[in-house]
Ligand binder design. Structure first.
Ligand code: ATP
Ligand code: MG
Length: 469
C-alpha cells in the first residue's frame, strides 16, 4: 500500500512553513486538505532549523522530536512518511508513536483495564443507576467524555459545563449529570481502585503529573480531535520552554466522544496561531458532495470543516449505492474494481465493524484470488504488493485510497437512537463521511433492501446513483 504522494508545498502550505516561531499552532481543514502533508513539510523544516541552531551553539544535546497519532494504523503510515521526510542522525531523537503507547511508557507499570472491560463496567453501572437502556451506548460515551475532559479532582465542573460535541439528544439534564457522577463515575473509580486497576484515562492523567524533564522541542499531533483534554494536558506537560507544537484537527471527523475548549488545557489559541487549509487535494467533486451532504446540518464546530466540492481539483464518476443482498453488493463492487486494479489502483473495503464481520468478505476475496492486507490496529504500514486493504472505518482515519468500498451499511450494524439530533447517530454520520472522505477516485456503498442504515436518510439522493442488484 502506498502512503501520501507529497509534491512541493503549495502557496497555502508555504504560509504555514514560514511560521516557525515557538509555541502552539493549530492546522485545521476538511478531510484531504493536506493537513498531515503540511505538518510533515513543517516537521522537516523545523528539524532542519533546530539542527542548524544546535550546531551554531556547539551543543551536544540532541533535538527531541515527538510525532503522535491517535491509532496504530496511522502511526504505521506516518512513521513511513516521517522516515522519508526527516533525515535521521545522532543529533535528532525522533519518536513516532500512538498517544496511548507513548503515555504508557511514561508511567509506572500497573494493571491496565482494557477499553472493552472499561465500557462493560461503565455500562453495568449505568444500568444499575436506572438510566434508560435504549441509550446505553450514548451514556457510556458520556462517561468516557466526562472522564477524559475533566481532571479527576475537578469532575464536579461537569455539572455546569457546556457539553459541546455531544449532539442535542438525548437530553442530559443537570439532575442526570449528578446521577451520572454519583452513581456511575464514583462507583467506577472505586471499583478500579479496589481491584488495583488503572484505565487509559488514568494513564493520561498520570503522564501529565509531576514531569521532571520537559524535553520535546518539536511536536506534531495528528488527528488531535480524537484526543481528550487529559491526553492533551499530558502532551503539554512534556514540552520544552521553546517548543514548537503543531496540532492537526478536524472536529467534523471526530469519531470518539471527546471535546474540549483550548483554554481548558491551558492553551490560549489566538487567531494568529490557527491556520485553516481550504483546498481539497484528495477527493473528486462528486465524492466531496456525497460526504458533505451526509454531515450537512450537524452542529458546527470552529475546529471542523465540511468538505467543500468547489475546492476539489478533479471530477470523477458519481458514487454508486448498490441495493441488494450483501454477497451481490460485494460482487458488483469487486467486478467494478477489476479494470482499476490493472492500473495499479488501491482499494479499501471499510466498515464500521471489524473482526469477524470481514469473514465473508475475506472468503470472497480468496475465491477470486485477490490478495489483501488488513489495516485495523496494524502498527506497521504494509508495503507489499497487495492492492486491497480491509479495515474498520476507525482505523482508516487519516489514510487515503483510490477506491473506497463500504458494503453492508445495515440497520443493526449501526444502532442509534431515534430522536432528531441523536448524538449516536451524529457520530455515525461523521464516521461514515470520514470513511467516504478516504477516497481519491471512486466510492461505492451498499445495503440490503429493508435493512438500510439511517445514514442514507441524510445523504442527498442526487449525489449518487442507486443501483438495485
Ligand atoms: N503540496 C502538495 N502537492 C501535491 N499533493 C498534495 C500536497 N499536499 C497534500 N497533497 C495531497 O493531498 C492529499 C491529502 O493530504 P493529507 O492526507 O495530508 O490530508 P489531511 O488534511 O491530513 O486529510 P485527513 O483529514 O483525511 O487526514 C494527499 O493525496 C496528498 O498527497
Ligand atoms: Mg491527515
Amino acid at each position: 500500500m502506498r502512503t501520501l504522494r507529497m509534491g512541493r508545498p503549495t502557496p497555502e502550505q508555504l504560509t504555514l512553513l514560514q511560521d516557525t516561531g515557538a509555541g502552539f499552532r493549530l492546522i485545521r481543514g476538511a478531510a484531504g486538505s493536506g493537513k498531515t502533508a503540511t505538518a510533515l513539510f513543517r516537521l522537516r523544516q523545523l528539524c532542519g532549523a533546530r539542527r542548524r541552531r544546535r550546531r551554531q551553539m556547539d551543543s551536544s544535546e540532541p533535538t527531541r522530536v515527538l510525532v503522535l497519532t491517535f491509532n496504530r494504523t496511522l502511526q504505521g503510515y506516518i512513521s513511513q512518511l516521517v522516515s522519508d521526510q526527516v533525515e535521521q542522525s545522532e543529533d535528532l531523537v525522533l519518536t513516532v508513536d500512538t498517544f496511548a503507547h507513548w503515555a504508557r511508557s511514561l508511567v509506572s507499570r500497573r494493571n491496565l483495564l482494557d477499553d472493552k472491560d472499561r465500557r462493560n463496567q461503565i455500562a453495568s453501572l449505568v444500568q444499575q443507576a436506572g438510566i434508560p437502556t435504549q441509550h446505553l451506548d450514548y451514556y457510556v460515551d458520556e462517561i468516557e467524555y466526562v472522564l477524559g475532559r475533566f481532571h479527576p479532582d475537578h469532575l464536579a465542573s461537569y455539572l455546569r459545563a457546556t457539553r459541546s460535541g455531544r449532539g442535542r439528544a438525548p437530553a442530559v439534564s443537570q439532575e442526570l449529570r449528578k446521577k451520572l457522577l454519583d452513581k456511575v463515575v464514583g462507583p467506577y473509580t472505586a471499583l478500579k481502585s479496589e481491584r488495583g486497576k488503572v484505565d487509559w484515562n488514568d494513564v493520561a492523567v498520570e503522564a501529565a503529573a509531576g514531569v521532571p524533564n520537559k524535553q520535546y522541542e518539536i511536536v506534531v499531533v495528528d488527528e488531535a480531535q480524537d484526543l481528550s483534554a487529559n491526553q492533551i494536558r499530558a502532551i503539554c506537560a512534556h514540552l520544552s520552554n521553546d517548543h514548537v507544537t503543531t496540532f492537526i484537527m478536524d472536529a467534523v471527523q471526530r469519531i470518539y466522544p471527546q471535546s474540549f475548549a483550548w483554554v481548558e488545557v491551558g492553551i490560549d489559541m489566538r487567531p494568529q496561531m490557527v491556520h485553516t487549509l481550504k483546498r481539497n487535494y484528495r477527493n473528486t467533486r462528486q465524492i466531496a458532495r456525497l460526504a458533505s451532504s451526509l454531515i450537512h446540518g450537524l452542529p458546527p464546530d470552529p475546529d471542523g470543516a465540511v468538505p467543500d466540492p468547489s475546492e476539489c481539483a478533479a471530477d470523477g464518476p458519481r458514487p454508486i449505492v448498490y441495493i441488494g443482498n450483501f454477497s451481490v453488493q460485494l460482487g458488483r463492487m469487486l467486478d467494478a474494481m477489476e479494470p482499476q486494479l490493472l492500473n495499479g489502483d488501491e482499494v479499501a473495503i471499510i466498515h464500521p465493524r471489524g473482526g469477524r464481520w470481514f469473514g465473508f468478505t475475506k472468503s470472497v476475496l480468496q475465491e477470486r484470488r485477490i490478495s489483501y492486507c488488513e489495516l485495523t490496529r496494524n502498527p506497521v504500514w504494509p508495503t507489499g504488493p497487495e492492492q486491497f486493504a480491509l479495515s474498520t472505518i476507525h482505523s482508516a482515519k487519516g489514510l487515503e485510497f483510490d477506491h473506497v468500498l463500504m458494503p453492508g451499511l445495515s440497520k443493526q450494524l449501526t444502532l442509534h437512537g431515534e430522536e432528531d439530533g441523536d448524538g449516536t447517530l451524529d457520530n455515525l454520520r461523521r464516521l461514515v463521511a470520514m470513511g467516504i472522505g478516504r477516497a481519491r477516485k471512486t466510492v461505492m456503498l451498499g445495503y440490503k433492501p429493508g435493512d438500510r442504515s439511517a445514514v442514507f436518510d441524510f445523504i442527498d439522493p442526487t449525489t449518487y446513483d442507486a443501483v438495485e442488484v
